[in-house]
Write a protein that binds this ligand. Structure first.
Ligand SMILES: [Zn+2]
Length: 221
């Protein structure tokens, strides 16, 4: 049986509480990578109180390769201040500092190296993800993923490969991917990337149910 860590990006959306309740019902732990601009509008304390992890996904969800170093640092620190405040609000000790770059854009040639050093200095860690055995996987300070569900199409619109939910559900049970991991093949654990957007709540439920139906067990990071 495949094991997977669930990571959810672009939180907290208007559907955040509904998604959280769904996962709690199913006893699925998750890491929610939040944008500072959304944390200003909506609280994530119910996730913290129920042992879900809040990670940092930058403030405004911009490409880090298009920023100066100072802008990038501000994106990270401003968001982190809001995350710290949320943990303090409910008197829970923050268990781990995790960061994920929007679009997987680590900062391009100019910033990647400096930002890895900065994140490490700030106490961010790569996470306790065990048994990721893909040859292309390497340790870094930010959190990447091994399996992207391509569910951003519900926000950005369909593309050539993913037109609708059915394409995503088929992709989940497809054993041969040119890039990334497979949920039905090999024995590596997976880090699954899903999104918390305003208009994808129903699809989110169906995708999680599909992942469970192909035999994946969600585990705690
Ligand atoms: Zn994102």
């Amino acid at each position: 049986m495949k094991k997977a860590y669930l990571t959810i990006d672009d939180s907290p959306s208007t559907g955040f509480e509904e998604k959280l309740s769904f996962l709690l019902d199913k006893k699925i732990p998750a890491i929610w990578f939040c944008n500072g601009c959304k944390l200003k509008e909506r609280s994530v304390v119910n996730a913290i109180k129920t042992n879900h992890i809040i990670g940092n996904h930058g403030f405004s969800h911009k490409h880090f390769s298009e920023m100066t170093y100072d802008e990038a640092v501000k994106e990270i620190l401003d968001t982190d201040g809001l995350i710290e405040a949320a943990y303090k609000e409910v008197c829970v000790k923050r268990p781990i500092k995790l960061f994920r770059f929007p679009y997987g854009d680590t900062g391009g040639d100019l910033l990647t190296e400096r930002l890895q050093v900065f994140l490490e200095k700030e106490g961010f860690v790569s996470g306790n993800f065990e048994h990721i055995t893909y040859d292309w996987w390497f340790e870094r300070v930010d959190v990447f993923w091994t399996f992207a569900c391509n569910d951003w199409i519900f926000k950005s619109g369909p593309n050539e490969d993913f037109k609708d939910l059915n394409d995503i559900l088929r992709f989940i049970e497809e054993p041969n991917h040119e890039l990334g991991g497979s949920l039905v093949r090999g024995d590596s654990n997976e880090i699954i990337c899903l999104h918390d957007h305003d208009a994808n709540t129903e699809q989110f439920f169906k995708i999680i149910e599909k992942i469970i139906s192909v035999g994946v067990e969600f585990i705690s990071p």
